[in-house]
Design a protein around this ligand. Structure first.
Ligand code: DGT
Ligand code: CA
Ligand code: CA
Ligand code: ZN
Length: 573
């Protein structure tokens, strides 16, 4: 395959960036940038031009030197100059130039003064407050850069967090609901299966004759571009670039279409095979025997003709749900209403926004029976971690508050750091005054698998260890999990009366669905907590429960579905 112009241009852009970061002659930098622009704007590939024996110096801005470089790239696929440059400074530095607000000068200084080489380094420096200390940066710039880095990482995956998709979906569904003649209206696809990220929304509707729903859809305020507009199917892009499909289906096919467009694809394939074995045909219009439709109106009807009970969308990933349905062993999945309390929230004692009492009242309003205040321990200075003295003060305040609260208990807890050697960040005599301890890793993310695993196992050997918070440390689309032997950790936790958290923050959802299932199989209960830093964040519970359901968890598998008395018993080690 001849090298595409786009790739040649990318090499020149990279050279320009690196030269600029090195502080080389601006004319030389500009020459490479222009060459990149020229090459990417050509209608014919430079490889073809060379093959035809054309003289590249006839192209605007391409002199003898650059023509030679193009030839080198086309014939070898590489450029010696670029390789020399990346010997001198890290090639990833050019990634940093994509961050809005960062030019070559700033990138060079960040590299020289803070040794920032990659987006991950940049993110860490910003999170730890080191960036703001650079001359000319400041807190505001630091916050902006951090947001930009997160956005970049997410864009690279072309997927949208479920919680963000929900922000697009809800007003859109309200809008569609107001169209004339709409009957059913539902979001299918990965959104309905509650995947942690979605690529697009797949909306299904049924409606009466003469309905305006399609026109209503393409005229929605937030629509930037109408990709296609038909009678039964349209696709639009919202202002943010997020894609939404709407399909209008006949009432008799609604259930079949809902099964089909909910997916997942592997689940659809599995049930289609099953249909074939029963000499049936299944598609988005219905289930057919010969030419006769025998089901299609509801999902229940469709599964029933396949000899199966209705399968919750959260399970439809072809991970054993069809077999379980057949054998009558589908789990009774945990529901939001099963949750009795939240065991990991922050207050204005550290980096949270609201007071203990505000958080407690908000939790009680959600129907909870208890709430554990788990502010950061001393080591986390950026979050104003609590020193033993401040913690004692907080404990007294909780005692006084509990005297006033009825039918609700605030539990005294802490989010204590697990130090690199596996010790906890507070002495035992302080830890023992608390009702429970949430333990987490906030530093030294890149230890080897063995070291990181040992670190957590040693921490669990401390008798005051209760819950491992956000166990893998991943941030969806932004930061990978640290390297841990999760099997060993779960086995150790189960053997020692410890628990693992499913952090419900939409950017974390950590444990993920597969890990939830692994925990269940090892008889280890999971704690679904929000890590709320504000009252509103308590609402993240719905995302945690969604992930737990995808991991096949039942109420019994979730520690905080227990009443306070049972919770206390289960926390005892
Ligand atoms: P996404 O959008 O990547 O987050 O994931 P989905 O699952 O929403 O995928 P999408 O939007 O491409 O398609 C929606 C559903 O339509 C999918 O879950 C299953 C069904 N579907 C799409 N293409 C096929 C296909 O080629 N075969 C079968 N059996 N089903 C399909
Ligand atoms: Ca989709
Ligand atoms: Ca789709
Ligand atoms: Zn926390």
């Amino acid at each position: 395959m001849p090298i595409p112009n786009h790739d040649v241009a990318a090499i020149f852009s990279k050279v320009a960036d690196l030269l600029e970061i090195k502080g080389e002659n601006p004319f030389r930098v500009r020459a490479y940038r222009e060459a990149a622009r020229t090459v990417s704007g050509l209608s014919q590939s430079v490889a073809d031009l060379l093959k035809e024996g054309r003289d590249l110096t006839e192209l605007p801005g391409i002199g003898k030197d650059l023509a030679g470089k193009i030839e080198e790239i086309v014939t070898t696929g590489r450029l010696t100059l670029l390789e020399d440059l990346t010997q001198q400074i890290p090639g990833e530095l050019t990634e940093l130039m994509k961050v809005a607000g960062l030019g070559a000068k700033r990138v060079a200084r960040m590299y020289q003064e803070l040794n920032i080489r990659s987006l991950d380094d940049l993110r860490q420096a910003a999170e730890q407050g080191r960036l703001a200390e650079l001359e000319g940066f400041g807190d505001k710039t630091q916050t902006k850069i951090l947001e930009e880095v997160k956005r970049l990482r997410r864009d690279q995956t072309h997927r949208t967090l479920l919680a963000i998709a929900a922000q697009y979906a809800q007003p859109l569904m309200d809008h569609l609901g107001k169209a004339k003649g709409v009957k059913d209206l539902i979001i299918a696809g990965s959104y309905r299966r509650r995947r942690e990220t979605v690529h697009d929304l797949d909306i299904l509707a049924t409606c009466k004759r003469g309905s305006t729903v399609m026109d209503h859809f393409v005229k929605y305020d937030e629509v930037k571009q109408v990709v296609s507009h038909g009678k039964t199917r349209s696709t639009v892009l919202l202002r943010s670039g997020f894609q939404v499909d709407l399909r209008v289906v006949p009432q008799v096919s609604y259930g079949a279409a809902l099964v089909y467009f909910t997916g997942s694809k592997p689940h659809n394939i599995a049930i289609r095979k099953r249909a074939v074995r029963k000499k049936l045909k299944i598609n988005e219009y219905g289930v057919f025997r010969g030419n006769g439709r025998i089901a299609g109106r509801t999902e229940e009807e469709v599964y029933d003709t396949l000899g199966l009970p209705w399968i919750p969308p959260d399970l439809r990933e072809n991970r054993g749900e069809v077999e379980a349905a057949e054998q009558g062993t589908l789990p009774t999945l945990v529901e939001l209403g099963d949750i009795q309390g939240d065991l990991h929230v922050h207050t204005n004692y550290t980096d949270g926004r609201h007071t203990i009492e505000q958080m407690a009242r908000a939790a009680q309003k959600r129907g909870y029976k208890y709430l554990a205040i788990a502010d950061h321990s001393q080591r986390i200075t950026v979050a104003h971690g609590l020193m033993p003295k401040a913690l004692r003060e907080q404990i007294e305040q909780i005692d006084r508050l509990n005297d006033r609260l009825k039918g609700f208990v605030v539990l005294k807890a802490i989010e204590v750091d697990i130090l690199a050697d596996g010790r906890l960040d507070l002495p035992d005599e302080v830890l023992k005054e608390l009702d429970l301890r949430v333990c987490s890793i906030h530093s030294k993310f890149n230890l080897s698998r063995t070291e990181q695993t040992e670190r957590v196992l040693r921490a669990m050997d401390n008798p005051y260890f209760n819950i491992l918070a956000h166990p893998t440390g991943r941030l969806i689309g932004e930061r990978d999990a640290y390297d841990l032997d999760m099997e060993r950790i779960m086995e150790h936790a189960a053997a020692n009366g410890c628990y693992l958290e499913l952090n419900a923050h939409p950017e974390r959802l950590d444990l993920d669905d597969n890990h939830c299932r692994m925990a269940k199989n090892k008889g280890l209960k999971v704690v679904v907590s929000t890590d709320a830093h504000r009252m509103d964040d308590l609402a993240y519970m719905v995302y945690g429960v969604g992930q737990a359901r995808r991991g096949w968890l039942e109420a019994d598998d979730v520690l905080n579905s227990r009443n306070l008395k049972d919770l206390r018993t289960l926390l005892r080690r």
